[in-house]
Design a binder for this molecule. Structure first.
Ligand code: FES
Length: 80
């Protein structure tokens, strides 16, 4: 049973699907910078290591709440 509280918000929400589970490495001033590719970093645009939570994801959709809790869903449109 999914946690319905993840779908209720007072602000307009925009769901964005991220499939990458590791950072992008770019050169900035000759040094490596790690840019978040998973969408979960608390220090965007930089990686903070939170992507490690995604490494065991299976081939399905997940929603992560602000506390980092994960719920697997079958579709963004379950309520239709
Ligand atoms: S890639 Fe998003 S936190 Fe590392």
């Amino acid at each position: 049973m999914r946690d319905e509280s993840l779908f209720h918000t007072t602000a307009m929400a925009r769901l964005v699907e991220h499939k990458r589970n590791r950072p992008y490495v770019v050169k900035v001033g000759g040094e490596d910078a790690y840019i978040c590719g998973c969408g979960l970093s608390g220090k965007k645009p930089f990686c903070d290591g939170t992507h490690k939570k995604t490494l065991d994801e299976k081939d399905q959709l997940y929603i992560y709440d602000e506390k980092g809790n994960r719920v697997g869903i079958t579709s963004f449109y379950d309520n239709e």
